[in-house]
Design a protein around this ligand. Structure first.
Ligand code: SF4
Length: 169
């Protein structure tokens, strides 16, 4: 059980979890009817995005709750894209390359939830073009939370996610 694997950190600032929960609630009820699940935005799922601590804690619990073979399958995929002329992009470790879908979708970070719903994160097909009201203010408050990439949080708390390579980010 993931909770036996890790119970979370005891050194987090007061109010952090509540602030994050409020921000996530503000983006939860967006109108997603224009999205037909085309997965074109998957190539924007890059490695190394910053996570707040509540997102990190929830993500590692979800990852550890995955059946071990499934977790190994997703985390073991080649996530490096070569776009020619030396351009290389590392994709998010949780992007399932077999389906181009997010393996931890229910607990994806806030920035992933805003994709297609903020002017600076446009839908690549142009089908979804509604902006969430207050998206800028949401991002400003989100940026005030302590945030680090996944591997930096893992190092900080002395954790290892089985199957996650540490040579990218
Ligand atoms: S967490 Fe999921 S939605 Fe977010 S970048 Fe990774 S694969 Fe994409």
């Amino acid at each position: 059980m993931p909770d036996r694997w890790w119970n979370g950190a005891g050194d987090r600032p007061a109010g952090e979890a509540e602030t994050y929960a409020r921000l996530e609630a503000a983006v939860r009820d967006r109108d997603m009817r224009a999205c037909d699940g085309c997965t074109r935005c998957a190539m924007r799922c890059v490695d190394g995005i910053d996570l707040s601590y509540p997102e990190f804690a929830r993500l590692v619990r979800a990852a550890m709750a995955m059946p071990a073979p499934e977790r190994a399958r997703v985390l073991g995929q080649d996530k490096v894209l070569h776009w020619g002329e030396g351009a290389v992009v590392a994709l998010c470790p949780f992007l399932d390359r077999d389906t181009d879908r997010c393996a931890i979708y229910p607990v994806r970070p806030l920035i992933c939830r805003l994709f297609g719903y903020a002017p600076w994160l446009p839908c690549p097909t142009g089908k979804q073009n509604d902006s969430i009201e207050g998206a800028v203010e949401i991002m400003v408050e989100y940026a005030s939370l302590e945030r680090h990439p996944l591997r930096a949080w893992l190092r900080r708390y002395g954790l290892q996610l089985p199957g996650l390579s540490d040579d990218i980010e």
